[in-house]
Design a protein around this ligand. Sequence first.
Ligand SMILES: Cc1cc2nc3c(=O)[nH]c(=O)nc-3n(C[C@H](O)[C@H](O)[C@H](O)COP(=O)(O)O)c2cc1C
Length: 210
Amino acid sequence: MNILIVLGHPDSGSFNHAIAEACKERLLENGHTVIFHDLHKETFDPILEKEEISRDGLADPVIKRHCEELLSSDGIIVIHPNWWGQPPAILKGWIDRVIRPGIAYKFEEGDSGEGVPVGLLKAKTGLVFNTSNTNAERENLLFKDPLETIWKNCIFDFCGVKQFDRRMFRIIVTSDLQQRKIWLEEVKEMMDQYFPKAVKEGIPEGKLFE
Ligand SMILES: Cc1cc2nc3c(=O)[nH]c(=O)nc-3n(C[C@H](O)[C@H](O)[C@H](O)COP(=O)(O)O)c2cc1C
């Protein structure tokens, strides 16, 4: 399977990076093709300019490549910290520029844009890993867990990706090494659950594109 990993975190020593590495490692072990984007390392430009908004405004070669990769993915994994209940700006910009009309979704013929969209992504599975410093009760009751709504409803379901799972690791600031190791094992188990080895014997070698 082709699995796209998109990471939005500026610090290569962060737990978010450790999550991304754990995903990558296990997916390769399982014989999948991994397309890995560390948006900060790539200095991804998150600004959606006026010319790019319209359906036929896709011209930037970097964004074209991201769109092609998105379209070819069987699974999509997004990893980022909770920043004000939202993804960091660099990842928000990736959403704005890459999850585009005509690529990720469309409206039916004759629809003025206010109807129910049709998802265009062929990916069956969308997984999101988040980190935060807020306990679950406070996140759910006070803030209504905005990241769940953003990724599950506003993005993956909207674009036709029906199998969705999300894991929020908390509380990062007080977690110790032992806890983090356990969490990383959970990440690997989720890779096995959603993207298992393709065949029992003669597993193809995993391929990495960065
Ligand atoms: C700009 C900014 C905004 C943040 N907003 C929140 C927030 O709304 N809720 C929360 O629980 N943590 C918030 N945090 C804390 C981060 O979620 C936390 O530092 C991160 O998840 C830790 O993971 P890491 O070690 O991989 O960076 C924020 C941190 C920053 C830098």
